[in-house]
Design a protein around this ligand. Structure first.
Ligand SMILES: NC(=O)C1=CN([C@@H]2O[C@H](COP(=O)(O)OP(=O)(O)OC[C@H]3O[C@@H](n4cnc5c(N)ncnc54)[C@H](OP(=O)(O)O)[C@@H]3O)[C@@H](O)[C@H]2O)C=CC1
Ligand SMILES: CC(=O)N[C@@H](CCC(=O)OP(=O)(O)O)C(=O)O
Length: 344
C-alpha cells in the first residue's frame, strides 16, 4: 500500500477523494488537511465516513508529513498547489492537482485567465494533463499530473472523436453545458443558496469562462490545428452532474458516427457509448467514474449533436484523479472505481 496525502479535505472534491481512497485497496490515507477544521476528526464532520476514515484534519501550514507520502492530491482552490509542489517533487513525492495550476501549457494564457502570477512556470512543461483517454502513456510515468476541469472533461470526451478525424467544421464548435451546484465548491456564497439555485436555471460566464482555454488546448491538440469554440456553462438546480450538449457541422456526410464513437472508445473502461437514439441522464453516472455519450444526427441533416454526462465530482474530479493514480502506480486502471451509479 502507498501512503497518500490530501490537501484540502473539507471541500466537495476532497471529501469525494476521501470516499474513494477509503475504498481503494492500494492506498492508505496518511495526511488530510484543513485550515478551518484542523484537529477535528474527519468522521465527526462527515458522518458518512464513520468507520471508514479514522483520522483528524491537520493544519496544512504545520503539517510536515506530506513529504513522507508517495502521492499527494491537492483538492484546493486554484493557486495553492503551485506554491507547494516543487518541494514535494524534489522529495520524490508524486502529485495530482485537482485545480487548474498546471493545466495550461501557455503561462501567459494561464496568468491572464486566472489573474495571478504563476509560481513555478518551469514545471508546466513536465506536468501531464490527466485525461487518460488522451494521455494514458504519459500519465503512467508522470510525477505531476494536472487533473482536468469538470466541464473540460465532458466537452473534450464528446468532441474528440469528431475533431481527431476531421469530420466536422473545426471553426464553429458549440458546447452548451450544464452543471450541478457542487461544481462551484463548498462555500457560503449567496448565489449558491438553495433559494437562489433551487427552482431556477441560468447561464453564466458567456463572455468567457476559464475552462474555455483549457478545452480549446485539448481540442487543438486532438485536431492538430486551432479550433473555434463557443462554450456556455449553466447552473442547474441539482447537486451533482454535468450534461453537455455539443453541436458541430459535418464536413463529410458519409461518416458512420455511431461506429466512429464506438471505435474511439472501444477500450476505454470509463467511457460508454450508448445505443443510437439514446438520451443519457446525469443520474446514470451519479457517484461513478463513468462518462456516458450518445451521438445523434437529427433528421440526417448536416449537424451532429453529441450528448455527454459525467458526475462532476467523480469523472470530473476525484474519480479521474484516482484513475490517474492507478495509471501512475501501475495498478489496474479501474481499481477502487467500480462503484455502480446511484438511482434515483
Ligand atoms: N467541485 C467540482 O466539481 C470540481 C472542482 N475542481 C477543482 O478542485 C479544487 C477543489 O474544488 P472543491 O472541492 O470544489 O473546492 P472547495 O472550495 O469545496 O474546497 C477547497 C478545499 O481547499 C481547502 N483550502 C482552501 N484554501 C486553502 C489554502 N490556501 N491552503 C490549503 N488548503 C486550502 C479548504 O479547506 P480549508 O479552507 O479549511 O483549508 C477546502 O478543503 C478547485 O481547484 C476546483 O476548481 C475540479 C473539478 C470539479
Ligand atoms: C457550477 C460551477 O460553478 N462550476 C465551476 C467550475 C468548476 C471547477 O472546478 O473549475 P476549476 O477546476 O477549473 O477551478 C465554475 O464555473 O467556476
Amino acid at each position: 500500500m502507498i501512503k497518500v496525502g490530501i490537501v484540502g479535505g473539507t471541500g466537495y472534491t476532497g471529501v469525494e477523494l476521501l470516499r474513494l481512497v477509503a475504498q481503494h485497496p492500494e492506498m492508505k490515507l496518511s495526511v488530510i488537511t484543513s485550515r478551518k477544521e484542523a484537529g477535528q476528526k474527519v468522521a465527526d464532520l462527515f458522518p458518512s465516513l464513520r468507520g471508514h476514515v479514522d483520522m483528524a484534519f491537520s493544519d496544512p501550514a504545520r503539517v510536515t508529513t506530506l513529504i513522507d507520502c508517495e502521492l499527494v492530491f491537492f483538492a484546493t482552490p486554484n493557486g495553492v498547489a503551485m506554491e507547494q509542489v516543487r518541494e514535494l517533487l524534489e522529495a520524490g513525492v508524486r502529485v495530482i492537482d485537482l485545480a487548474a495550476d498546471f493545466r495550461l501549457k501557455d503561462v501567459a494564457e494561464w496568468e491572464s485567465w486566472y489573474a495571478q502570477t504563476h509560481a513555478c512556470p518551469d514545471l508546466l512543461e513536465g506536468a501531464v494533463y490527466g485525461l487518460p483517454e488522451v494521455n494514458r502513456d504519459s500519465i503512467r510515468s508522470a510525477n505531476l499530473v494536472a487533473n482536468p476541469g469538470c466541464y473540460p472533461t465532458a466537452v473534450q470526451l464528446g468532441f474528440l472523436p469528431l475533431v481527431e478525424t476531421g469530420v466536422v467544421d473545426l471553426n464553429y464548435l458549440v458546447a452548451d453545458v450544464k452543471s450541478g451546484a457542487s461544481g462551484a465548491g463548498r462555500k457560503a456564497e449567496v448565489p449558491l443558496l438553495l433559494a437562489e439555485v433551487g427552482d431556477n436555471f441560468k447561464a453564466y460566464g458567456v463572455p468567457g469562462h476559464r475552462h474555455l482555454p483549457e478545452i480549446r488546448q485539448g481540442l487543438r491538440l486532438g485536431a492538430g490545428r486551432e479550433v473555434g469554440l463557443t462554450f456556455v456553462p449553466h447552473l442547474l438546480p441539482m447537486i451533482r452532474g454535468i450534461h453537455a450538449t455539443l453541436y458541430a457541422r459535418l464536413t463529410r456526410r458519409d461518416v458512420d458516427l455511431q461506429a466512429l464513437f464506438e471505435a474511439r472508445y472501444a477500450n476505454e473502461p470509463f467511457v460508454d457509448i450508448l445505443p443510437p437514439g439514446s438520451h443519457p441522464e446525469t443520474r446514470s453516472v451519479r457517484a461513478s467514474n463513468h462518462c456516458r455519450i450518445a451521438v445523434h444526427r437529427p433528421q440526417e441533416g448536416e449537424m451532429v449533436v453529441v450528448l455527454v454526462v459525467i458526475d462532476n465530482l467523480v469523472k470530473g474530479a476525484a474519480g479521474q484523479a484516482v484513475q490517474n493514480a492507478n495509471l501512475m502506480f501501475d495498478w489496474p486502471e479501474t481499481l477502487g472505481l467500480t462503484q455502480v451509479p446511484i438511482l434515483p
